[in-house]
Design a protein. Structure first.
Length: 288
């Protein structure tokens, strides 16, 4: 059992390097980072419609991230300005959320399709992204609402953990079913879904415990830029988890069903490059 897991891990690491997984994870992190700003803008506007105190909302964000100094002042000013123009903020927040959310879904789909070596995207990708946004938003709202209710009623913490893990499983299953262009039976998606759920649960725990400490230290040393850097690193970790899960799915499928050779069309090289390649082959033949 251990040898099989070790062999799978090595194969995933090799495939991750071949497919330039770091670039795919960075694209996911960048899209998620943009989506975070749209969510913040929309939350400021909603708080304004609910007649919530702008300072109370800002102080809540500052407290959760452990900000101080210029970073805390910037958050308070941003919240107040957003609430002073609630209608405009709501429109831009919704448009930004739809655009960045579907962009995030397309980045995840592209990473998954790249792992499989298949094309994808276009209008179908945006349409699937909207469905994915609705489903993932519902999962996140249920998880956050349930956790808040449990915390306010002093219920058992294990219930919140179970709800969080269940919501992660459903969210990842939606991702695996809706976004990639490949079509495989559900049972072959489960290993990647489980791996991703474990990774996201770990990232969520780190986001609740480690991220505020990093953001607080970065805020004190580097200001607002340090907070952005800490958030970006956390999202990059999530991107690595998603890309690695796609590689796991592909490797398991290949080991069970095998592979096929296909013809790949590439641009014709320049004649000078062809002569150099022929010269290298000639030297290699003479050396052998």
């Amino acid at each position: 059992m251990f040898s099989e897991i070790w062999s799978l891990s090595l194969a995933v690491a090799k495939r991750f390097s071949e497919k330039r997984g770091s670039n795919l994870a960075a694209a996911i992190a960048f899209r998620a980072f943009l989506g975070l700003f749209a969510c913040l803008v929309l939350s400021f506007a909603i708080a304004g419609y609910l007649n919530a105190s702008g300072r109370a909302v800002g102080e809540s964000i500052i407290s959760n991230l452990g900000l101080s100094g210029d970073s805390a002042d910037s958050v308070l000013r941003a919240v107040q300005q957003a609430q002073n123009s609630r209608a405009t903020t709501t429109i831009f927040g919704l448009l930004g959320l739809v655009w960045t959310g579907t962009g995030l879904s397309m980045a995840i789909a592209y990473a998954w399709n790249a792992a499989w070596g298949i094309p994808g995207g276009g209008f179908r990708g945006r349409a699937s992204g909207v469905l994915w946004m609705l489903g993932s938003g519902a999962c996140i709202l249920v998880a956050v609402g349930s956790t808040s209710w449990i915390a306010s009623h002093n219920a058992l913490p294990i219930i919140a953990i179970i709800i969080g893990i269940t919501s992660d499983l459903i969210l990842v299953l939606l991702t695996a079913v809706l976004l990639p262009a490949r079509h495989i039976p559900l049972r072959w998606m489960l290993p990647a879904v489980i791996v991703t759920s474990i990774g996201l649960s770990g990232a969520r725990f780190a986001g609740a415990t480690v991220l505020p400490l990093i953001a607080s230290d970065s805020s004190a040393i580097y200001g607002t830029l340090g907070v952005f850097f800490a958030l970006l690193i956390w999202m990059l970790v999530i991107g690595y988890v998603l890309v690695a899960a796609a590689m796991v799915e592909v490797i398991i499928w290949e080991r069970t069903h095998g592979t096929v050779d296909i013809k790949v069309v590439v641009p014709r090289p320049h004649p000078h490059l062809r002569r150099r390649a022929a010269a290298r082959e000639s030297k290699s033949d003479k050396a052998s």
